[in-house]
Design a protein around this ligand. Structure first.
Ligand code: PLP
Length: 402
């Protein structure tokens, strides 16, 4: 054995392990939990949970029935269920089955794409603000991360994104965007595909697409373009805890991300996903429920002179007019858990659209916090005045973000 080489590879591995321990790839629930863990150990009874873009409706009744009947089969590696899900989705969307790969949520293919297609030489280009998970994965690859502020209408500034780095590996387009809930037009996505740096791909994350009228990008996959589209059952389908998502792309692109991880899929999540797809009224009904409650909330905010960014999804950015982190704590003291801030807009907090009654509680608490002097929402040394800090509850390896 070449000792130098083995020693070098040992230290290389050790360095990678240290980097991994220092910076895990965080996803939405972990980011929400990291924020919460500054304030509480676990949700108090009656907490309003609008901090993680979950769907309070949960899985539809058909999906619940299918899961109950499947429970006794939990001892089996039943992969026919995955075959059935792919068959159902491919028939619905007119896609060849080999263009669809199922995962336990869309986080996995999101991370794998960044890990596989960014590197020290090939950067990640991402809008700012946008969903952070691809940045954590690209950091792990040692990639340069190029943040491009959203355009004035809060869509992705695709012209700036394609020009941002000639050595880009992945251009991440979250459509609609988390956290703003804003849409990037079809013509912009086509522009990005036509003008992106040579050898790069577009990663189009459609986690929230069902809440909007935005044009999906699946037909561009069908046309064999250089993009990977992500879908999840965590949002409109209300299955975040059940875990089912998909990467949809040309088979050669799917093959590039495959070595980064495969695992047997949770049978309940997979069966619930197939069952949900078979309910044609599910998406329009849930979209209407979310749109109505969101618009009622926007009317109230407007009537009370609070500034927000109009969104088309189940989350929106709200201007607190003071450091958002402090307001998060002041709201938590009223048992209303709102979403995080992004460094580019420190005075804005993200709000998830909850049920009508949750949004009524949110409105009351928001008004009280905004009417209190700003100093009242400054954090004390020991956290918020009424809730104890739960710093020990961060998941293993997770760092404090501030
Ligand atoms: N993409 C976006 C934009 C998200 O907001 C989330 C979660 O909130 C995900 C992907 C990952 O979702 P999941 O792994 O639950 O499918």
């Amino acid at each position: 054995m070449n000792t130098n080489l083995s020693r070098r590879s040992f230290f290389g591995l050790a360095a990678a392990a240290t980097a991994a321990a220092a910076m895990p790839i965080l996803t939405e629930p972990e980011l929400a939990r990291a924020q919460r863990a500054r304030i509480i150990r676990e949700f108090p009874p009656g907490a309003v949970r609008i901090d993680a873009n979950e769907n309070p409706l949960g899985p539809c009744s058909g999906a619940c029935a299918v899961m109950s009947s499947l429970l006794p089969e939990g001892g089996r590696y039943d992969d026919d269920l995955t075959v059935r899900l792919i068959r159902t989705f491919s028939a619905m969307e007119g896609l060849k089955p080999e263009y669809i790969r199922v995962y336990a949520g869309s986080s996995e293919p999101l991370h794998y794409t960044a890990l596989a297609l960014t590197s020290k030489e090939r950067s990640l280009v991402i809008a700012d603000p946008s969903y952070e998970a691809p940045m954590y994965a690209a950091k792990y690859s040692g990639a340069n991360i190029v943040k491009v502020p959203l355009a004035q209408d809060y869509s992705h500034d695709v012209k700036a994104m394609v020009a941002a780095d000639p050595n880009a590996g992945v251009l991440y387009i979250c459509n609609p965007n988390n956290p703003t809930g804003t849409v990037t037009s079809r013509s912009d996505i086509e522009y990005a595909l036509e003008n992106k740096p040579k050898g790069s791909i577009l990663l189009v994350d459609e986690a929230y697409i069902h809440f909007t009228d935005a044009t999906p990008s699946l037909d561009l996959v069908k046309a064999d373009k250089d993009l990977i589209v992500l879908r999840t059952f965590s949002k409109i389908y209300g299955m975040a805890g059940l875990r089912c998502g998909m990467a949809i792309a040309r088979p050669d692109l799917l093959a590039k991300i495959q070595p980064y991880g495969t695992n047997f899929l949770p049978i309940l999540g997979i069966a619930a996903a197939t069952s949900s797809l078979q309910v044609p009224e599910l998406v329009p009904e849930r979209r209407k429920i979310n749109t109505d409650i969101r618009n009622e909330t926007f009317s109230w905010l407007t009537a009370n002179n609070y500034k927000f960014i109009p969104s088309q999804t189940n989350c929106f950015m709200l201007d607190a007019g003071r450091p958002g982190k402090n307001v998060v704590e002041a709201m938590a003291a009223k048992n209303v858990f709102i979403g995080r801030t992004w460094p580019i807009w420190p005075n804005y907090v993200r709000i998830t659209v909850g049920t009508r009654s949750e949004m009524a509680t949110f409105q009351q608490a928001w008004k009280e916090v905004m009417n209190a002097p700003a100093s009242a929402s400054e954090p004390t040394r020991h956290g918020s005045p009424t809730l104890a800090l739960g710093t020990r509850d961060l998941p293993p390896g997770m760092q404090r973000l501030s």
